[in-house]
Write a protein of this length. Structure first.
Length: 129
């Protein structure tokens, strides 16, 4: 078994595609429109399956926001330089909620950003854990 994708419900499909592609540098891999079932899908990622897992963005027509709940944590992305990634994300209009730096009590360099719907994304710098 392997992880194929993680699904996130989003309030505005184009806004989310723009964030994941323009701000985080992912590719729009494929889309699906289901007008009769009233939903749209967009798959984003750095590579398609089976090379890497993907993120499935789901827009339920007419639903523009969701309560994220208290169980959701975050999605983690590996980066070469968390400090530079935060600067690029901020320059692209992204929201950094925890600047790059060592994790409390350790040496791993991490940062957190937030997508337009409020989902947290952790950046983990390669080679620091």
């Amino acid at each position: 078994m392997r992880i194929l994708h993680t699904m996130l419900r989003v309030g505005d499909m184009q806004r989310s595609i723009d964030f994941y592609t323009r701000v985080l540098g992912m590719k729009l891999l494929r889309t699906t429109e289901r007008p009769e079932q009233k939903y749209s899908l967009a798959f984003v990622g750095y590579e398609s399956n089976p090379q890497q897992a993907e993120i499935e963005l789901t827009y339920n027509h007419g639903v523009h926001n969701y309560e994220l709940g208290t169980a959701y944590g975050h999605i983690a992305l590996g980066v070469d330089d968390a400090y530079a990634a935060c600067e690029r994300i901020k320059a692209s209009g992204g929201k950094v909620t925890r600047e790059a730096g060592p994790v409390a009590g350790g040496k791993t360099v991490i940062a957190f950003v937030e997508d337009p719907d409020g989902y947290k994304i952790e950046l983990i710098q390669h080679g620091t854990h």
